[in-house]
Design a protein. Structure first.
Length: 325
C-alpha cells in the first residue's frame, strides 16, 4: 500500500465487487499492523454489513450509510474522519449493468455521473493521495477489433456505457485541473460469489440459478456472442494494485479469454450435471457481438494478471450458490 495512506475509502464497498475488495484489504496483514482504516460508503443491507464486520472487525472497518450523489451529506460525514493528503479512494458505487441502467435511467445517471462527480469533489477537497475509478468495457461499444486495447475508440451503444464514459471524462478533468492522482479500470464481465440476483442479474448468475433449480435457461440470440469473464477476486486484486502503484492511466481488467455464451453454458451445466436444451429468445438491443480484453498494459504497469481460470471460478461460484439457492 502507498506509504502515506492512513484511510482507504471504498464507495459501494458492501456490494458485489466492493465487498470482495474490502475483504481482500482486510486480509492483508500490514493493513492491521500499520493501523490503516477502511471506510465503506454504501447504501447497504444489514446482512452485508454483518458479513464485512465479521470478516474485518470493527477496529479496522467503519461503514457509513450515505448516498454518494448527495455531496453535502457525503462531505459532512467523511471530512471529519479522514486525514487530508493521506486517503486513497476506490470508487465502486454505481448502478451496474446495461439492463439495470436501461430499466432505471434516472437512477443510473444520478449514481453513475452525479455520484462520480460528488466523490471526485470529495477527493479534491481532502487532497486524496489516490483515486481509483471503476469503469466498464461498455465504453467501447461494438468492437472494431479484438482483443480490445485501451486505445480502442470509445463509442458506447447503450446508456450504461455512456454513463461510465461520462464518469471517465470527469476523472480525467479532475486529474488535469487539480492534479488528482487517478486510475481508471475498465472491467469486463465480472462474476463470482456474491453476484446480485434479481431481474437485472448477469448471465452467469442466471444460468447457475436456472440449472440449480432444474429450470430451462434462456439465451438471447444464437449464443455465439462472446464475452470476457473475469473472476471477482482477481478484480478485487486489480483494485488494490491500482491503489498501490505510482502510475496514472486507463487499464482493462479482464481475463484475456474470449468465451461464447454457448461455451459458458456448456461449462456450467457440465459442472452442475444438468444440461437441458436452453430456450433462445431474440437478441437484446445494444448487445455487442464480441468482447475480449487485451490486458498487457495492466500486466506491465500495474503488475496485475488474473490467477483464476474460468473453470475454477465457475466451480467456486456454483458451490457458493448451491449452498444458498
Amino acid at each position: 500500500m502507498k506509504d502515506e495512506l492512513e484511510t482507504i475509502v471504498v464507495t459501494g464497498g458492501a456490494g458485489f465487487i466492493g465487498s470482495n475488495t474490502v475483504k481482500r484489504l482486510c486480509s492483508m496483514q500490514h493493513i492491521v499492523e500499520d493501523g490503516l482504516r477502511i471506510l465503506v460508503v454504501d447504501l447497504h443491507t444489514r446482512q452485508s454489513i454483518n458479513e464485512l464486520y465479521k470478516h474485518c472487525g470493527r477496529e479496522v472497518l467503519m461503514i457509513l450509510n450515505v448516498d454518494v450523489s448527495r455531496f453535502e451529506m457525503l462531505w459532512d460525514r467523511i471530512s471529519r474522519l479522514v486525514v487530508p493528503g493521506a486517503t486513497g479512494i476506490i470508487h465502486l458505487a454505481a448502478v451496474v449493468g446495461v439492463t439495470e441502467v436501461r430499466g432505471n435511467p434516472v437512477q443510473g445517471y444520478t449514481s453513475n455521473v452525479e455520484g462520480t462527480f460528488s466523490v471526485l469533489e470529495l477527493a479534491r477537497r481532502i487532497d486524496a493521495a489516490r483515486f481509483v475509478y471503476a469503469s466498464s468495457a461498455a465504453v467501447y461499444g461494438e468492437p472494431r477489433y479484438v482483443p480490445i486495447d485501451e486505445d480502442h475508440p470509445k463509442d458506447p451503444v447503450n446508456l450504461y456505457g455512456a454513463t461510465k464514459l461520462a464518469g471517465e471524462a470527469l476523472v480525467q478533468g479532475y486529474a488535469r485541473d487539480y492534479g488528482l492522482s487517478t486510475v481508471v479500470l475498465r472491467y469486463f464481465n465480472v462474476y463470482g460469489p456474491g453476484m446480485k440476483p434479481g431481474p437485472y442479474a448477469g448471465v452467469v448468475y442466471k444460468f447457475i440459478e436456472a440449472l440449480l433449480e432444474r429450470r430451462q435457461p434462456i439465451i438471447y440470440g444464437d449464443g455465439k456472442q462472446t464475452r470476457d469473464f473475469v473472476y471477482v477476486e482477481d478484480v478485487a486484486e486489480a483494485n488494490i494494485k491500482a491503489l498501490q502503484q505510482h502510475v496514472n492511466g486507463v487499464y482493462n481488467i479482464g481475463s484475456g479469454r474470449e468465451t461464447s455464451i454457448l461455451e459458458l453454458y456448456r461449462i456450467i451445466c457440465n459442472i452442475i450435471g444438468y444440461c437441458p436444451k436452453p430456450r433462445h429468445y431474440p437478441p437484446r438491443p445494444s448487445d455487442v457481438r464480441r468482447s475480449v480484453a487485451s490486458i498487457e498494459k495492466a500486466e506491465r504497469e500495474l503488475g496485475w494478471r488474473p490467477s483464476v481460470t474460468l473453470e475454477k471460478g465457475l466451480m467456486e461460484t456454483i458451490n457458493y450458490y448451491a449452498r444458498r439457492l
